[in-house]
Design a binder for this molecule. Sequence first.
Ligand code: NAI
Ligand code: MG
Length: 353
Amino acid sequence: MKICVLPGDGIGPEIMAQALRVLEALRSDGLSFEMETAHLGGCAVDAAGVPLPEATLALAKAADAVLLGAVGGPQWDTLPREKRPERGLLGIRKELNLFANLRPAILYPELANASSLKPELVAGLDIMIVRELTGDIYFGQPRGIEERNGERVGYNTMIYSESEIRRIGKVAFEIAQKRGGKLCSVDKMNVLECTQLWRDVMIDMAADYPDVTLSHMLVDNAAMQLVKNPKQFDVVVTGNMFGDILSDEAAMLTGSIGMLPSASLDANNKGMYEPCHGSAPDIAGKGLANPLATILSVAMMLRYTFSQEAAAQRIESAVKSVLAQGYRTGDIFEAGTRKVGTVEMGDAVIAAL
Ligand code: NAI
Ligand code: MG
């Protein structure tokens, strides 16, 4: 297994250090891997003048998987757009053709009070949102702002080809097969032709997956249902824009940004794995950050890129176990639990492993 490690900025290096300790601890299971570390984001701007240096991209392309901390911070906010740390992130996603974004929203029973919803609505929540990441209105041409009939108009193009829909559909159906056998496709076919095609293709594909029950939901209703009765969902598949919004909504149902991993995959299951949160400049360098989202991203990497399901489950079980033992970083702390820092949380996970 060749892994490219990009710690990034802010809390990135702190949380990555704990994730790598967990990975190292799995060597005793017979897992063997090589790791190379490089700069991405603000640290790359400081070291090389650009957020995505050629050397970083070359390493990422040569690896089977990329493990990323987070990028960005206030010290780079005044740079021109093309030099900002976020550009590094968008650039690497595009260069690696990572079209499938997997965003689990899991609420561990011990953290049910962290949600903004009533505990009984969300306890045990376990949703997987599969978001298409390289198409849709975010990339469609033509786009722009121009003068028409004496005023400015702004426009974008929502566009998906059948092959783009099929490749994300395949990822979603296969995940549904391995989970509860339920897939909900979200669109806006009553108004948008582009998503009519989306629905037609999903229905067509369903014939190849007799063990998966496909349902459809309009996106406005899906936004409502996610806060009304979120546990009705198992796997959700949707386009780039709807997925952007719904995955953030689902993430917040869990109330704990420090707990959520993500994966972005290409057609050969090469992937980039990263926590959903950012670089948290407010707590960077203080040893306070929750490393669990990054540790759970390692589990996703083992599952989706390396097909090491047993090792992935070992990490996930260890995380459940440390929560059950009461270990909490500041972001998930509540009275009666045991407050720890980044390194002690890493220690606890390794002990549980
Ligand atoms: P953020 O996710 O970095 O922080 C939001 C809040 O959550 C902060 O109070 C932070 O302390 C807390 N938080 C985040 N992760 C945590 C963790 N692991 N443990 C404990 N607390 C945690 O989002 P924000 O503040 O909007 O952005 C900060 C910087 O991160 C910006 O430069 C932004 O552009 C960048 N960013 C990078 C992302 C990435 O690399 N994928 C994603 C989102 C933001
Ligand atoms: Mg978003």
